[in-house]
Write a protein that binds this ligand. Structure first.
Ligand SMILES: Nc1ncnc2c1ncn2[C@@H]1O[C@H](COP(=O)(O)OP(=O)(O)OP(=O)(O)O)[C@@H](O)[C@H]1O
Ligand SMILES: [Mg+2]
Length: 251
């Protein structure tokens, strides 16, 4: 079943068309990768899906409901979440507190002051369970800013899944990581997508990652969906090779 549908969605910034007439269906349970050169409109597409940016044209449907103009927090409540391309943690809060913020928000307790976060026993238990899933439970009391870059990315993944989303966008979840950290993060995405009822859509530049992880690939270029298909179909596609000048696809 289609979870999220874009129908003729467009977004300009001034004269610049960042996303142009995108129609795309993201079904439940299919791990999809969105690829494309810098500036192709990948992050803007995520912003449109999650409500950070509103489209100038077209419609968005989530779970059969029109969400085109729905506010971000209402979309989160309906099961749409995301992680950010640029690190988005509270560095001075503990690892546990970073997860507690979205967990409490989901429980309708968003107003709890930071120093009171850990008094919410059920929420703490849930947050610790999530930390276990992303492998950070041992570090729960450390300030998030003291974690290694790789562990911070794992924490962001934990924050993204904390609202128990049906659909979760990950915007370059492994960027800036060492090869080892990178494979840890991506193995975890693979594991979470089979262990949870969450469907993941990742934006990723590393083609090894994309082709080993994704079941479906959407290629964007200049704000448009150039082509989409299985990894095998995309690998053999001429237009895609042209966009990437053949480099990444040589293997
Ligand atoms: N808020 C904004 N105001 C003006 N221009 C914007 C805004 N957001 C995005 N753009 C422009 O839209 C284009 C698409 O940006 P977007 O961030 O979606 O690309 P991307 O595919 O995610 O690129 P990258 O791979 O570099 O992250 C870029 O040229 C960008 O400068
Ligand atoms: Mg981007």
């Amino acid at each position: 079943m289609e979870l999220l549908t874009f129908a003729g969605v467009g977004k300009r910034f001034g004269d610049f068309v960042a996303v142009k007439d995108v129609s795309l269906e993201l079904p439940a349970g299919r791990l999809t990768a969105i690829i494309g050169p810098n500036g192709a409109g990948k992050t803007t597409l995520i912003n449109l899906a999650t409500g950070a940016v509103l489209p100038d044209r077209g419609r968005l449907q989530f779970n059969g409901e029109d969400i085109t103009r729905l506010a971000v927090h209402h979309r989160i409540r309906r099961g749409l979440s995301r992680s950010f391309q640029i690190m988005n943690i509270f560095p001075r809060l503990s690892v546990l507190q970073n997860i507690l913020v979205p967990v409490l928000a989901r429980r309708g307790r968003a107003g709890v002051p930071f120093h009171g976060l850990e008094k919410e026993a059920e929420a703490v238990a849930e947050a610790r369970r999530i930390l276990g899933e992303v492998g950070l439970l041992e570090l729960e009391h450390d300030p998030a800013g003291a974690l290694s870059h790789g562990d911070q990315r794992l924490l962001e993944l934990g924050i993204a899944i904390a609202p128990a989303p049906r659909l979760c966008f990950l915007d370059e979840p492994s960027s800036g990581l060492t090869p080892t950290e990178r494979s840890t993060v991506l193995e975890l995405v693979r594991k979470l997508s089979s262990a949870r009822r969450t469907t993941f859509v990742i934006v990723e530049h590393d083609m090894d990652v994309v082709f080993s992880l994704a079941e479906w690939i959407v290629v964007m270029n200049r704000g448009e969906v150039l082509v989409e298909g299985t990894p095998a179909e995309i690998r053999g596609n001429h237009a895609v090779r042209e966009v990437y000048l053949g480099e990444e696809f040589a293997a």
